[in-house]
Design a binder for this molecule. Sequence first.
Ligand SMILES: [Zn+2]
Length: 168
Amino acid sequence: MEEDIIDQLYFGRIVPWERQVEKPPEIEQCSDQVCEDIECLQKSLDEVGKKVLERFLDNNSEVEQFQVKESFKYGFRLGMQLAAAGLEKSTINMESSNWRGNDMDNTSTYICPRCGQTYYEPPALSREDNQTLICPDCGTREALESIGVDRKEQEEILAIIHQSRRNL
Ligand SMILES: [Zn+2]
């Protein structure tokens, strides 16, 4: 039976920090050269130099590990935010069929009570009280807010969504 990602999680097979990536040949070459150069330095340096080299390598790997970890977190959060924003859109589309059957009609424009913008698309339901109708963008804002995305990032994500819609 093929394991899906949740099976893999359950069995502890997802371990980002010890993930080994296959290096392309040119990177493999760089990496070999680094090892060779370290060996060369270790042989040619005096005691003080060796200590400096050792300290340099330790600190460098510390910084590198930190950066890799932060990049992983950034990539993960960004992916989650985009997925959440995408899901929010499909919820709104589903709601729009009910909305069309209501006494509001398609040609009307509405003013969003949350941001004050005029909008033409089917509204979203505010998460705050589950009854206020807000504009689709504010629906996305609330969804992102609920997963801890700050204001600035919310607007950045909306810009990406608008951009991708224009390109459709
Ligand atoms: Zn709004």
